[in-house]
Design a protein around this ligand. Structure first.
Ligand code: ADP
Ligand code: MG
Ligand code: ZN
Length: 610
């Protein structure tokens, strides 16, 4: 910041000097030399003045004659006249005598104009440029002017992350792959003996929050070698060429310190596919090209290992991924049940908990959560314990914070009318009943009608017993039926519907659409991929790959699937309408009920309610 100010000051000072010189030129010298008042006359006046002997100087130019006439008071004035084809003019001037005359095709004035108009600005800009470069050189750490190619930034970072593989729970495959690299850096001889070449680079890929950055930090902690860490965005500079210079610099420093690890986080910032687009980003492409060149340039045996992390591997330039560069891909996937439990335990070790915490139950309730989310759940539970004046975290703290992370905080003071509460209760019991009455559905864990800050007015939580990796067609259909159960209950009991089902509709449509376009689970289409997933790790957006007619057919199929499931849900509910009433009233009274309470009422003999 301070250097920036200095730079601006310097530029302003130079600009001031130049402006002053220009002003002097224009105001003092130029008028004296060129801008004397010139009066235009005709040729006969010119000849007359020569004859009278008043002319002292004549300057014959290409199209014009300028001449000086002595006035009676001794001063002189300047005149100009058009040039005629007058071959005798010279002899006439000569004969008259005492007249200075010459010919020129460019007057001094023109020369000056040229100087002022062209040469000076160029000099001015050259000086300005010099000053800017000099300032930049200083900012980059004391380089001299015009040394654009060297950034001199200190990127070198010693491994002080304090993280080891013990801090990373789950991710066993990733750890194994990285442990090999660490081992290589510790005793390269072992590998050289057999003649094995270790991969030059490993690319950590996976959804956000799965511990990619954490893994790299752990590698640094384990490796005990110099560790250069830089984020992809740090290469992005305002000037073309600066990013490339940084890459050069990074690698020359790394080469000096080998064996060492270079870690580039969020590499997709610079590693995006180069496209044929002419208006492409020059700076980014140069940086990428430099990175490719550097990765080819260094000796794999020397022990510079490059790690990079990204959650958009599909957007990376293929050149980056070919063998010899990032030839090894280390996946950091969302944790499975065991992984989630392990992550919860790693983070829970940092807080004070009661003795008998069932982490497995929490892990089962958090299917699909990333490591970062699990870490957040642990932290939320500790905050909740403090808020409630306890010094140990309990199971219920953990359970509540799962819901906080999923659905937001409870809105205890939200005012909801009795009528609306009733609708919400029937809606949620509708979901739960449909789920419980189908055999391919996960058991109900909890039902609540306490509104949440996320906008949910209530929800039904289902938790699978174990880990599921596949979804059968029956499960998918059961899931859709469960989602339509809420609306079905509203229709059955109140004979109308509310906007409360919008989220259910969204989810049901998503599943049904995926069944048709990606899982080949519809009757209308065979095993045809009608959609391609574009970014797998960031939400998994899909784009249609079919004709408009097919798209219309897909919509029809999707509608049919949801419709059938909806009908099934209505059927289940009307068959169990007494239980629906009983459970809804129980929920209205309690606001939150557990899965066990729900099941015990469901399995009781029907007590008829009026
Ligand atoms: P990303 O994959 O987006 O780089 P990070 O490595 O930054 O994710 O992870 C964010 C945080 O999530 C970490 O600081 C850590 O607290 C937690 N975390 C993620 N994965 C794990 C894991 N496998 N074990 C322990 N903590 C994890
Ligand atoms: Mg990261
Ligand atoms: Zn619902």
């Amino acid at each position: 910041m301070k250097e920036n100010k200095n730079l601006i000051k310097q530029v302003l000072r130079y600009a001031g000097v130049i402006l002053f010189l220009l002003a002097v030129f224009n105001l003092v010298i130029v008028p004296n030399l060129s801008s004397r008042k010139v009066t235009e006359t005709d040729y006969s006046y010119f000849l007359g003045q020569i004859d009278e002997g008043n002319v002292t100087k004549v300057n014959i130019q290409e199209n014009e004659i300028k001449f000086e006439v002595k006035n009676t008071d001794g001063s002189t004035s300047l005149y100009s006249t058009g040039k005629l084809d007058d071959p005798e003019l010279v002899s006439r001037l000569y004969e008259k005598g005492g007249i200075e005359f010459d010919a020129s095709f460019e007057s001094n004035a023109l020369l000056l104009e040229f100087l002022v108009g062209w040469v000076l600005p160029i000099i001015f800009f050259m000086i300005l440029w010099n000053v800017i470069i000099k300032g930049m050189g200083k900012r980059m750490g004391g380089g001299n002017a015009m040394s654009f190619g060297k950034s001199n930034a200190k990127i070198y970072v010693k491994a002080q992350t304090g993280k080891t593989f013990k801090d990373v729970a789950g991710q066993d495959e990733a750890k194994e792959a990285l442990a090999e690299i660490v081992d290589f850096l510790h005793n390269p001889g072992k590998y050289a003996e057999i003649g094995a070449n270790l991969p030059k680079g490993a690319l950590l890929v996976g959804p956000p929050g799965t511990g990619k950055t954490l893994l790299a930090q752990a590698v640094a902690g384990e490796a005990d070698v110099p560790f250069f860490s830089i984020s992809g965005s740090e290469f992005v500079e305002m000037f073309v060429g600066m990013g490339a210079a940084k890459v050069r610099d990074l690698f020359s420093q790394a080469n000096e310190k080998a064996p060492c690890i270079v870690f580039i986080d969020e590499i997709d910032t610079i590693g995006k596919k180069r496209d044929g687009n002419l208006s492409g980003n020059d700076e980014r492409e140069q940086t990428l090209n430099q990175l490719l060149t550097e990765m080819d340039g260094f000796d794999g045996k020397k022990g510079v290992v490059i790690l990079a992390a990204t959650n958009r591997p599909e957007s990376l330039d293929p050149a980056l991924l070919r063998p010899g560069r990032f030839d090894r891909r280390v996946p950091a996937e969302l944790p499975d049940l065991a992984g989630r439990e392990a992550i919860l335990k790693v983070h829970a070790a940092r807080i004070k908990t009661e003795q008998d915490i069932d982490f497995n139950a929490i892990a089962r309730a958090t299917a699909g959560a990333s490591g970062a989310e699990l870490a957040n759940i642990i932290n939320e539970s500790a905050l909740r314990a403090v808020r409630n004046g306890r010094n140990l975290v309990t199971q219920s703290d953990l359970e509540e914070s799962v819901e906080v992370v999923i659905a937001g905080y409870q809105r205890k003071n939200a005012v909801i009318s009795q009528k609306e509460k009733e609708i919400i209760a029937y809606h949620e019991i509708g979901h739960a009943l449909v789920a419980a009455k189908q055999k391919d559905s996960a058991p109900v864990h909890k039902i609540t009608i306490i509104p949440r800050t996320s906008g949910a007015l209530g929800y039904t939580m289902q938790v699978d017993e174990g880990e599921k990796f596949l979804m059968t067609k029956e499960e998918a259909l059961a899931r859709i039926a469960t989602l339509t159960g809420g609306r079905s209950a509203e229709e059955l009991i109140f004979n109308s519907c509310t906007s409360g089902a919008s989220n259910d509709i969204e989810q049901a449509t998503k599943i049904a659409r995926a069944m048709v376009t990606r899982y080949g689970m519809s009757s209308g289409f065979d095993m045809i991929a009608l959609e391609t997933v574009t970014n797998q790790y960031l939400g998994g957006d899909a784009s249609l790959a079919c004709s408009p007619e097919t798209a219309a057919k897909i919509d029809e199929e999707v509608n049919n699937i949801v419709k059938k499931c909806h009908e099934k849900a209505v059927r289940i509910l009307s068959e169990n309408i007494d239980k629906l009433h009983e459970l809804a009233h129980f929920l209205l009274e309690k606001e939150t009920i557990t899965g066990e309470e729900f099941m015990s009422i469901l399995n009781q003999k029907v007590i008829s309610i009026a």
